[in-house]
Write a protein that binds this ligand. Structure first.
Ligand SMILES: [Zn+2]
Length: 181
């Protein structure tokens, strides 16, 4: 994992420090606020890409609302990190997402819909997050998530998770979760 570039980025929630990492295959971005080197109980959101929501404004999933919530919370806390991962369609790619979408509309849960069209229920990994947290020498994190797999992955990798804060669900998202929060 190498750090390619750093700059500031202004958003409607506030200004973040943007750090671009590359692992030889894919990019990951850390959006940070405040001094995070050596931080304990650092507010942390792990967020996978969703072209439908972030690129096209789709309201069929929670992804945009979750990113908004994470940015607002990190700015409000005055310190924190959001790690964006290039893991479209739960790591299966956008094709898998498009193929699974009609299956989901027939009532299957997200993971089962991916399996029904020949992909993994969840192909994501969080090794890049672990490496980025180590890069910043973060001691422990308070995760913003509803997904117990994220906590489990970090803890298995030696990252201390001090707290987990649930992400509110958005009423108009029809209950569809791209990211399982
Ligand atoms: Zn989404």
């Amino acid at each position: 994992m190498i750090l390619l570039a750093q700059d500031s980025i202004s958003t409607r929630h506030g200004t973040f420090r943007e750090s671009l990492f590359y692992n030889g295959l894919s990019q990951s971005v850390a959006l940070t606020v405040g001094e995070i080197a050596g931080a304990s109980r650092l507010l942390c959101r792990i967020h996978s890409s969703c072209l439908s929501a972030h690129g096209f404004g789709s309201i069929s999933c929670d992804c945009s609302a979750q990113m908004d919530h994470a940015q607002a919370e990190v700015v409000r806390a005055g310190r924190g990190i959001i790690v964006w991962l290039e893991q479209e369609g739960r790591g299966n790619g956008h094709l898998a997402k498009m193929l699974a979408e009609p299956v989901k509309r027939r009532g299957l849960p997200q993971g089962a819909a991916y399996e029904a069209v020949g992909f993994q229920a969840d192909a994501r990994g969080y090794t890049d997050v672990v490496e980025i947290l180590r890069h910043f020498k973060v001691v422990s994190v308070a995760l913003l998530t509803n997904n117990p797999l994220k906590r489990a992955f970090l803890e298995k990798s030696g990252i201390t998770v001090s707290d987990v804060f649930r992400v509110p669900r958005r009423a108009e998202s029809k209950g569809v979760r791209c990211d399982f929060s």
